[in-house]
Ligand binder design. Structure first.
Ligand SMILES: Nc1ncnc2c1ncn2[C@@H]1O[C@H](COP(=O)(O)OP(=O)(O)OP(=O)(O)O)[C@@H](O)[C@H]1O
Ligand SMILES: [Mg+2]
Length: 583
């Protein structure tokens, strides 16, 4: 009924205590209301004077008002508490997701994470604000009404008492059935979201391949399945509501019939019979209300479980902050026996195995290899996204690290991934990314350096043009140039991690850019994954990756002509590239 993790929420005990007090006062008001009403009715029945009525009526009305006030108060407390907690959870969840990084998002699907963050938290809110007051109501209202009914008429009390476990029993059976169905429904909901987001993101590819219709059908069938699951959950929910209503009505009817007989044969006087009859529905009311909301609370419970799952996912062990002065001309980086495995890879299959790299000063290191050999994986590891396996040894100057997600290192790197992300902002803001305080002049220069001038001149708003999601679209090459401009605008970071930064550019444009890049690379440590062989003569060290292992390592002159991995790779690439490649 109540999720145990809810009990770990801050101040939950105080709030429950407060709600318990309010429920208790409300239960007293409910009894008072019944007492006032019964007394008034009995007075009318006995044809007493009108003046005898005002006292019981006063009790009735004040109890009635008190009861409604308690409802308002409980709602206020619960809603406020739910609001405060969801407001607290949202940034915590966000920060945790940021900490988990892109790998986690990739594994669980963007759609499902978006669902947790937006819908899920709202469901959690509904859950908290519904379940807390209902819980305390279910304790105090039946308890106090039962005590009073038993006190006035112990046999009616006994009937109520006997019916109670029976109702709980049915509630539990149907509740379990609903829960199983609701869990499936939630899983389907997540699947639907992932499929939908995936299709939207891949829409251009789908259109291009002419399979958009098939995907449309796919979404249709997934949503149909979700609809059916939802309907079956509702069916169970309705059945359980019906069963609860049926049994409570039956119990009340039994009490009514039985009290009627006793009244006829004179075994009971009017007041206790009337008050028992008025209180009998009140006795069951909180249970019935809980049954009505059970379905809604199940969704919230699932959402809360998912929120807890995300929060329980251990963050990649954060590195002890090191006091490192930054990369200097005499700095060294030594990687020994570095292994890495993707979380969802088959057992024993490493994406990187036994990586050994020595980098010194402002060296330029090329990482080459066939597609899928692990270049991006290695760069992601160096950028701090991929956490090396235990036992990997990394020495940065005289600091021993077990990964690269340490702020001191990350403050020093500029990273251009294979597909740089362009934020929904102006071109200037996108360029200013690493250095928000960069002057317009510096941005302009960087843009020019990255070869953006011609394109910017065509745009009426120039650098102030909004790009990214929801704005003007840009080409892959333009995105890469913006990413390059980001690097150019920054003068502090001494380490450049490039993952094929020029892959979307034609070879001629790349040649122009190379002239801008080379002087910058001069005073940086550069680790450069590339397919383009013309970069190799400008590199101090070449690392050839094959299936996640380093198969060859050395300077170009050491490796060229040895008939080794690099020669094979160059021969394979051949063609136009080879013609340009003058080693
Ligand atoms: N998120 C991931 N989860 C699981 N496996 C992955 C993931 N990303 C990459 N891989 C696998 O790791 C291996 C190395 O991939 P990686 O992207 O590093 O190759 P690459 O050398 O950069 O290739 P390319 O030249 O095509 O960019 C591949 O076998 C790939 O299937
Ligand atoms: Mg890659």
């Amino acid at each position: 009924m109540i999720d145990k993790s809810l009990l770990k929420f801050p101040h939950i005990r105080q709030k429950m205590l407060l709600l318990a007090v309010l429920s208790f006062v409300q239960a007293v008001a409910i009894v008072g209301q019944a007492v006032g009403l019964s007394r008034a009715l009995v007075a009318i029945w006995q044809l007493q004077k009108l003046s005898a009525l005002w006292k019981p009526m006063l009790v009735f009305f004040s109890a009635f008002i008190l009861r409604q006030l308690m409802d308002v108060a409980k709602n206020q407390v619960a809603t406020h508490y739910a609001d405060a907690n969801v407001t607290r959870l949202r940034p915590v969840l966000q920060a945790h997701l940021f900490g988990l990084g892109p790998a986690y998002l990739h594994r669980h699907g963007t759609g499902s994470i978006v669902t947790v963050l937006i819908d899920g938290l709202d469901e959690v809110k509904t859950y908290i604000q519904t379940v807390l007051p209902k819980m305390t109501d279910m304790v105090f209202v039946p308890l106090l009404t039962l005590i009073y009914v038993t006190y006035e008429n112990w046999l009616s009390g006994l009937v109520l008492f006997i019916m109670l476990p029976l109702i709980f029993f049915f509630m539990a059976i149907l509740g379990l059935a609903a829960r199983a169905k609701s869990n499936q429904q939630y899983a389907d909901f997540t699947h639907l979201n992932n499929t939908f987001v995936d299709t939207i993101l891949g829409l251009s590819t789908l259109k291009m391949l002419g399979v958009a219709k098939d995907y449309e059908k796919d979404i249709y069938s997934v949503s149909e399945r979700f609809r059916k699951k939802t309907m079956s959950v509702i069916k169970v929910a309705l059945t359980s509501t019906f069963a609860l209503d049926f049994f409570t009505t039956l119990a009340i009817a039994i009490i009514a019939v039985f009290l009627g007989y006793r009244l006829i044969d004179g075994g009971i006087v009017l007041y206790p019979a009337l008050v028992s009859l008025i209180l009998a529905p009140e006795f069951f009311l909180p249970i019935r209300q809980f049954g009505d909301d059970y379905h809604a609370t199940l969704n919230g419970k699932n959402a809360l479980a998912q929120v807890n799952n995300v929060l329980a996912e251990p963050l990649p062990s954060s590195q002890p902050t090191i006091s490192w002065a930054g990369w200097r001309p005499d700095s060294t980086l030594q990687l020994d026996h570095v292994n890495f495995r993707y979380a969802d890879a088959a057992k024993g299959i490493n994406a990187l195995t036994d990586i050994q790299i020595h980098a010194q000063g402002m060296e330029k290191i090329a990482v080459v290899g066939r597609s899928g050999s692990g270049k991006s994986t290695l760069l992601n590891l160096l950028a701090g996204f991929n956490q090396p396996a235990a036992g990997s040894r990394i020495m940065l100057d005289d600091h021993s690290l077990n990964g690269f997600n340490t702020p001191a290192w990350q403050d020093q790197i500029s990273y251009i991934p294979q597909a740089p992300y362009i934020f929904s902002a102006t071109i200037a803001d996108n360029i200013r990314f690493y250095v928000p305080q960069a002057t317009p002049d510096a941005v302009q220069q960087a843009a020019a350096g990255a070869g953006l001038t011609d394109w910017l001149n065509e745009l009426p708003e120039g650098l102030a043009t909004m790009i990214g999601e929801g704005n003007r679209g840009i080409s892959g090459g333009q995105a890469q140039r913006i990413a390059l401009a980001r690097v150019l605008v920054d003068r502090q970071r001494r380490i450049l991690l490039f993952d094929e930064p020029t892959a979307h550019l034609d070879i001629e444009t790349e040649y122009d850019l190379k002239q801008t890049l080379l002087p910058i690379m001069h005073d940086h440590l550069v680790i450069f994954a590339t397919h383009r062989l013309h970069w190799l003569p400008d590199m101090d060290q070449i690392i050839v990756l094959e299936h996640g292992r380093i198969s060859e390592q050395g300077t170009l002159s050491q490796l060229r002509g040895q008939g080794g991995a690099l020669d094979h790779l160059i021969a394979e690439m051949g063609g136009k590239q080879h013609a340009r490649f003058k080693a």
